[in-house]
Design a protein around this ligand. Structure first.
Ligand code: MSP
Length: 507
């Protein structure tokens, strides 16, 4: 079985989980579940980025130790993952020994190779952004508000020879068209690489920041956040269990567009290449959810936290909404009205009603036992053909991370089943005494049930719970491979389906 190792960004331990964090984990989960259904041996990593000044300051404010604060935040983030039904295989925290050891080893290797050097540095420093600034960061001659207090400092620090690898990176990106996804982001990275790269300052003096991993060759310093955080993708699979080593290099890093250039597209591949390690296959940069401020507004003027919708409507409705609305790579605005309209129309009216109506008819007309299809007329053939088209196009979209379009295909097919029922009118056929009509009724029910089974298989990466509920109602076992399951057939013949249920209650 082919390995597929994928990761999310690790979230900062300096705040609570929000919609942006949730979206990224759902997106990666949908990819992980799809890959499993395609027969890959998936390893899915997510985690928490626990070092840095803000975590240290946050802990001071609360009067607890930084580790205690991280533990609190870690359980909050892990709760979110459970609530969203994210199927990660591992959760890494950068304060774990398994991680710190690997960061130290990489730094030591690079230092020995002469890739890291010490020098005096004079410049402007923003404590709020935890970064050195340059004149070009000024707006109208002033430091923008986001940097907070900016002070001029002179300090000795360690630098990593980033600039030495600039040409290598440009060539790597150009030769590996799937390295940066969606491909339209590639141009941005190459544009950034048109300017000469500066070497990267990879240390912070301990007196300014103590909450970090000490440099193995000089413990007056700790490691700069990115040099620590990025390594998680590697440390998680090499240190815990020797069997996991073969998961490196990663197949896919899923991250937000804000941390593509320079951290993931520039620092990370160069760090790996300079250490003699393989680079990841692809980095997928998604866009941002905007919420007109941090929260959404109800028409009453009250505000609502998008994550509270998970409690109210269930994880699958939320997962469906974010995957259906967002074009991966672009930004989207979160709106309660849009959420509710998708919930009521796509989920309630189209899918939910199909299930309950169909189960009810199967119970009432054929005692719940799925009949064999012994009649195939243009209506039935038409629906089967509609499925073939929807399936092929859905698979293509899913493989290219165009989940919104893939879902549109699946739900287009749901509506086609409903339309088929309106054309065939099983409720009328059921009242007829003519044996030919009753034959048509049986064919109609089994055709619709087979269509519903295929829909349930197709939505499973996005709505795993709804999928399991539908399959349970249809008396079907759990699914393994998409290639076997997405085929129109007669798996259901002779099975006794269960009573109807309401999947998406009216809100
Ligand atoms: N700790 C760093 C990542 C280190 S990865 C080696 C970080 N953390 S973060 O908590 O600020 O962000 C975590 C992820 O959430 C990032 O990929 C970021 O792009 C994403 N999002 C944060 N806000 C977001 C939205 N509003 N919308 C979508 N995703 C956004 O960056």
């Amino acid at each position: 079985m082919k390995n597929f190792y994928l990761t999310t960004a690790i979230d900062y331990a300096n705040g609570s989980p929000h919609l942006g964090h949730a979206y990224e984990k759902i997106l990666t989960d949908v990819i992980a579940r799809t890959k499993r259904l395609e027969g890959h041996n998936v390893h899915f990593l997510t985690g928490l980025d626990e070092h840095g000044q803000k975590v240290q300051q946050g802990a001071e404010k609360e009067g607890i130790s930084p580790q205690e604060r991280c533990d609190k935040v870690a359980s909050e983030f892990q709760e979110m993952l459970t609530k969203l039904n994210v199927s990660h295989d591992d959760y890494i925290r950068t304060t774990e020994t398994r991680h710190k050891k690997v960061v130290s080893n990489i730094l030591q290797t690079l230092y020995k190779k002469g890739e890291i050097y010490q020098t005096e540095y004079q410049g402007f420093y923003s404590t709020r952004a935890e970064q050195f600034l340059q004149e070009k960061d000024k707006v109208d001659g002033k430091w923008p508000e986001i940097f907070g207090e900016v002070t001029e400092i002179t300090e000795s620090n360690y630098f990593f020879k980033l600039s030495k690898y600039q040409d290598w990176l440009v060539q790597h990106i150009t030769e590996n068209q799937d390295f940066i996804l969606p491909t339209n982001r590639q141009a941005q990275v190459l544009e950034f690489l048109k300017e000469p790269l500066n070497d990267l300052c990879i240390s912070r003096p301990k007196e300014r920041l103590s909450w970090g991993i000490p440099l193995p060759f000089d413990d007056n310093f700790v490691t700069y956040v990115w040099f620590d955080a990025l390594v998680n993708y590697y440390s998680a699979v090499v240190s815990k269990d020797p069997d996991r080593e073969n998961f490196w290099p990663a197949n896919l890093h899923v991250i937000g567009k804000d941390i593509l250039t320079p951290p993931h597209a520039v620092y990370w591949p160069i760090m790996l290449h300079a250490s003699g390690l393989k680079t990841p296959q692809s980095i997928l940069a998604h866009g941002w959810w905007t919420t007109s401020g941090a929260k959404m507004s109800k028409s009453t003027g009250e505000t609502v936290d998008p994550l509270s919708l998970v409690d109210q409507y269930g994880a699958d409705s939320f997962r469906y909404f974010v995957m259906r609305e967002m074009t991966v790579g672009q930004d989207a605005e979160f709106s309660l009205e849009r959420f509710q309209s998708r919930y009521r129309a796509d989920l309630g009216n189209d899918l939910g009603n199909l299930l309950s109506r169909l189960l009810h008819m199967t119970q009432s007309y054929v005692d719940g036992v799925v009949p064999a299809v012994n009649l195939c007329e243009s209506y039935e053939i038409g629906l089967q053909e509609r499925w073939e088209k929807a399936k092929n196009s859905m698979l293509q979209h899913f493989r290219a991370y165009r989940f919104n379009l893939g879902l549109e295909e699946i739900f287009g097919f749901v509506r086609a089943i409903n339309k088929y029922a309106d054309d065939r009118l099983p409720w009328k056929l059921a009242k007829s005494e003519d044996p030919q009509d009753l034959q048509t009724l049986r064919a109609c029910l089994s055709t619709m049930l087979e269509g519903l089974r295929l829909v349930s298989v197709a939505i499973s990466p996005v709505m795993p719970t709804v999928h399991a509920q539908i399959h349970e109602r249809l008396a079907l076992p759990s699914i393994k491979l998409w290639e076997d399951e997405l085929v129109w057939g007669d798996t259901l013949t002779g099975k006794t389906v269960k009573e109807k249920i309401i999947l998406f209650p009216r809100d």
